[in-house]
Write a protein that binds this ligand. Structure first.
Ligand SMILES: [Zn+2]
Ligand SMILES: [Zn+2]
Length: 365
């Protein structure tokens, strides 16, 4: 299998981002990514997909869309569509119709930043998912780095002892300059929801992204781009395992990436503390497989985890830790029950344990 590292949620001036596609691609190459998917709000920008190369390294830029109903207040329930090859914004008023149309187009759809906090000090409501009766979507964006930043800032502002505009600005500046110190893990509510859906027997695939805009921010006296694209491309990414490296043929490579993403042959990696490249989660029963695959459970079935660096490894089934290695690079487990088994790893960084790897499940049937 070939590992490809991607980031699949970002904006250009076609919606509310700062840089255009070619400039973002250059930053993604500098950060070591293999593919990016640009997802402007409610616009599918056609004709810009293609390859970029630098120093012998190739990057594929694809274009998806982040769709939401602009007449809804707040403008929440953002839905990421990959591979539809058509404008999807006309379906926005009905999230179920949007998800159904995504599936009908042969595409995949994810609930973006499903849980985030309101930021009343800065007049920013939460844009989490609000239309929970939805069904049939591919998966959840379990970790969105910019949304994590907003939620941690909201926590800090809610916990302020002396509430004032000045203190709020100081707190915001501290957070903006030190995101890696305040961001620790995906939202617990999103992970809990994922476990519940998996426990119901659903196939739910996780992705992790930057949501990069590179917007210049003014916080009191300080004005600068606080989250450049390249910085965010070194943070939360999605690593896929594909049968081949990029071939240079757009149709072939696109199909390969979307297949792995939709199936969940992938994990969410927080590559800032240390690169998660090289992580593997495999299973062997009557047949063999990797994360995202179905394996037929028999008495000799085993699950194997291999991590590129010593870390705290947890194997989780429907919200329960079924095996654990507090400090190691490998974990083997013999499962006795069917279900969805996923891996979480944490790693110390800036004085705290941080979420590092969140694998998609192996489905033991
Ligand atoms: Zn969004
Ligand atoms: Zn976005």
């Amino acid at each position: 299998m070939h590992e490809l590292i991607g980031n699949m949620h970002m904006h250009t001036p076609y919606s509310d981002g700062e840089s255009y596609h070619a400039d973002i691609a250059a930053e993604a190459l500098a950060a070591g990514l293999d593919f990016i998917i640009v997802t402007d709000h409610n616009i599918w920008v056609d004709g810009l997909e293609g390859y970029y190369e630098k120093d012998g390294k190739r990057l594929l830029l694809l274009v998806g869309e982040e769709v939401h109903n602009v007449r809804r207040q707040p403008q929440a329930s953002h839905f990421l569509v990959y591979g539809a090859e058509q404008e999807m914004a006309s379906y926005a008023p009905d999230p179920q119709a949007l998800s159904d149309a995504t599936n009908a187009a042969g595409a995949i759809g994810f609930l973006a930043h499903p849980h985030e906090n309101d930021l009343p000090y800065f007049n920013d409501p939460n844009y989490g998912w609000h239309d929970w009766e939805i069904d049939g979507f591919t998966g959840l964006e379990i970790w969105n780095y910019m949304s994590s930043f907003k939620s941690r800032l909201a926590d800090a502002l809610n916990g302020m002892r002396w509430k004032s505009g000045i203190n709020a600005n100081i707190t915001a500046v501290y957070h903006a300059f030190n995101p890696e110190k305040v961001i620790t893990a995906p939202e617990p509510a999103t992970l809990a929801l994922w476990d519940v859906l998996l426990g119901m027997g659903k196939r739910i695939t996780a992705v992790g992204n930057s949501d990069a805009h590179a917007t210049p921010m003014s916080l009191g006296p300080i004005q600068r781009i606080i989250f450049p694209y390249e910085f965010l491309f070194r943070a939360v990414n999605t690593h896929i395992l594909a049968p081949n490296p990029l071939t240079g043929d757009l149709v072939t490579d696109k199909r390969m990436i979307f297949h792995a993403l939709g199936r969940g042959n992938s994990w969410v990696g927080y590559d800032m503390p240390a690169s998660t490249r090289g992580f593997r989660f495999t299973g062997q029963g009557i047949n063999k497989g990797i994360m995202g695959d179905d394996i037929r459970l028999d008495a000799g079935a085993t699950l194997q985890i291999s991590v590129p660096q010593r870390t705290h490894i947890r194997l989780i089934r429907h919200g329960q830790v079924v095996a654990e290695e507090p400090s190691g690079t490998n974990l083997t487990h013999i499962p006795i029950e069917p279900g969805a088994y996923r891996v979480e790893c944490t790693i110390p960084y800036h004085g705290r344990e941080r979420g590092w790897i969140y694998s998609n499940p192996i489905y033991l049937r």
